[in-house]
Design a protein around this ligand. Structure first.
Ligand code: ZN
Ligand code: ZN
Length: 276
């Protein structure tokens, strides 16, 4: 068994014809771990044979809508596609339990319709939530998943995840500026997936609302600095804002390469990375 990281959605809050919303699959053998569940996640997941009923866990970095848009779809699809009760295990920051209750409340009518229609569907979707902030949250078949707090202020709390299997480690950072918790999940990681923005482009945007996003995301150079400081192998620039123009991805990587000697990849939907 080896570990594979698949970028299901490389997009951001900005709708894009070729980029689904933020979601990353970590596949180890036949176990699928899903990190965030943005716009179109289950469509992209099907492309690699991952389905909602088969997910071992749903992990959420933070409760910004772009990272959770399709949480309701994961819950509903797992529920209706599973022949027997199949609780979804969710891990996320404090607030995830309340968010889950609210999502289930929003689905109340649909749940009622389906239970009324299908004789073999007698109970609503089961979702188990574990809220977490620091330390090991999964220890299963030699797979260890831990989390640490990140800094996406004023969005609070937010967490990043580290997945370890055999001698490989992957860090899924989510939206954050450089901070101690981010360094903790990234230390010596083979692959580090980081949400990034181009502050040089966004800084010139006309609208203040666009310029606002600079102060709570890592820009490409900061991601490179984190990668360098933590001695990671490959840096994956993800959730790029604004989306890179086709053929111009190298311009994005250049800012990180200026401060980081390792591999720099600019993500696209369904990009697969195998920790080397
Ligand atoms: Zn965010
Ligand atoms: Zn985001």
């Amino acid at each position: 068994m080896s570990m594979e990281v698949i970028i299901l959605g490389s997009g951001s809050p900005l709708p894009h014809p070729d980029r689904a919303g933020p979601a990353t699959l970590v596949r180890i053998g036949d176990l699928d771990f899903l990190f965030d569940c943005g716009r179109g996640v289950l469509m992209r997941a099907m492309s690699v044979g991952a389905t909602a009923p088969k997910l071992t866990g749903q992990f959420i970095t933070h409760l910004h809508s772009d990272h959770t848009t399709d949480f309701n779809d994961v819950i509903t699809t797992r529920w209706i596609m599973s022949p027997i009760p199949n609780p979804l295990q969710v891990y996320g920051p404090v607030g995830t339990a309340r968010f889950t209750e609210a999502t289930l409340a929003a689905l109340e009518q649909d749940i009622g319709y389906r239970i009324a229609h299908h004789d073999d569907l007698t109970s609503p979707p089961a979702v188990n939530v574990r809220e977490c902030s620091l330390g090991t949250i999964v220890d299963l078949d030699g797979i260890r998943i831990s989390c640490a707090p990140t800094d996406h202020s004023p969005v609070h709390p937010t967490i990043g995840f580290r997945i370890e299997y055999q001698d490989k480690a992957v860090a899924i950072a989510g939206d954050t500026i450089p901070c101690d918790g981010l360094d903790e999940i990234c230390r010596g990681a083979d692959v580090y997936v980081q949400t990034v923005i181009r502050s040089d482009i966004i800084g010139k945007a006309r609208g203040q609302r666009m310029r606002d996003v600079i102060d709570y995301h890592s820009d490409v150079r900061q991601a490179g600095e984190t990668a360098s400081r933590c001695g990671v192998g490959s840096l994956v620039l993800n959730h790029c804002v604004p989306p890179p123009l086709p053929g111009r991805e190298d311009e994005w990587a250049a800012d990180a390469r200026a401060v980081f000697d390792g591999e720099v990849l600019v993500s696209h939907d369904l990009m697969s990375i195998k920790p080397a």
